[in-house]
Design a protein around this ligand. Structure first.
Ligand code: NAP
Length: 268
């Protein structure tokens, strides 16, 4: 099966390694190529991969919004989140978002109970929206978005609230919560490594950093407070597995978790 990733930059991406390991684990041939795409060339690059017989593609920064506009059809999750990280070629080009499902899987995998809990999401971009979706699907009582640009956080509330009437969405200054999610790039290479959570907040039960592969100030901060802390590696692995399932066929929950465990070990 021919698959790949379109984005910029993609040289540091762990997806080729995830899919070559998955190919070995599933004993199925998977060819997965990461392709660097220049701004303005996204639509042409998608067409090229389609013409070359690829089954589908992952989409990453900075094309997740463009991919949502480009797809002929969107799955419900992609429509609500407004960002596409997976495209499947068939008669139509279908856009989907597996960051949301991937984060929900990762939270469950880490033993984080979402049902009835209050969540605080730092950031209001595509990953924050996916986090809001995952938390609400998991039964969170409330989800608050706190972001340096207030209007973007308000947009998250406006777009997610109608789909999840049982979850109380809000935006604004941070408030105490049971679950923290860092959906900002703080701690990522090229960004300041500071925790977005103020010291005045009470300890959460669990904190998930979407930044992966390093111990950030956010993770150290939450660990010092005694929270259960996870980086973005499990989410990365689960969103990749969910993408593969979208291109091929679904795994059982047990099979998905077993594959994720092996892939997470491989990446650490
Ligand atoms: P995005 O759409 O660009 O959104 C970034 C968000 O972070 C925005 O709300 C932005 O605020 C905020 N932000 C950016 N720089 C900041 C700074 N210096 N201080 C405070 N806030 C800042 O990005 P995204 O796609 O949502 O990704 C966010 C993070 O999640 C990235 O680190 C990405 O690598 C990670 N991610 C991980 C996975 C995974 O599988 N682990 C999947 C997806 C994303 P403004 O609105 O004010 O600009």
């Amino acid at each position: 099966m021919k698959l790949g990733l379109l984005g910029s930059p993609v040289s540091h991406s762990k997806s080729p390694r995830i899919f070559s390991t998955l190919s070995r684990l599933l004993k199925r041939p998977i060819v997965y190529r990461a392709v660097e795409v220049k701004e303005g060339d996204f639509a042409a690059a998608v067409q090229r991969t389609r013409n070359q017989g690829w089954r589908g593609i992952n989409v990453t920064i900075p094309f997740k919004l463009e991919a949502a506009n480009y797809a002929a059809r969107l799955t419900p999750a992609a429509r609500v989140i407004g960002a596409v990280n997976v495209i499947r070629f068939g008669r139509d080009i279908i856009g989907h978002n597996t960051d949301a499902e991937g984060l929900r899987d990762a939270l469950k995998f880490a033993g984080v109970v979402m049902s009835g809990k209050r969540a605080l999401v730092f950031g209001a971009g595509g990953a924050a929206r996916a986090a809001g979706w995952a938390l609400a699907r998991g039964g969170a009582r409330s989800v608050r978005f706190t972001n340096r640009t207030a209007s973007t956080a308000k947009g998250c509330v406006r777009d997610l609230a109608p789909t999840f009437p049982r979850t109380n969405f809000s935006s604004g200054a941070p408030r105490n919560a049971d679950i923290w999610i860092n959906a900002t790039p703080l701690g990522l290479q090229g960004y300041p490594d500071v925790s977005p959570a103020s010291k005045a907040l009470r300890a959460p039960v669990a904190a998930v950093d979407l930044v992966y592969g390093k111990k950030t100030a956010f993770q150290r901060h939450a660990e010092r407070m005694g929270a259960l802390v996870t980086d973005g590696t499990p989410m990365l692995v689960f969103q990749a597995l969910r993408a593969y399932e979208f291109w091929d066929r679904p795994f059982s929950a047990a099979r998905r978790a077993a594959l994720a465990e092996k892939l997470i070990k491989e990446l650490s």
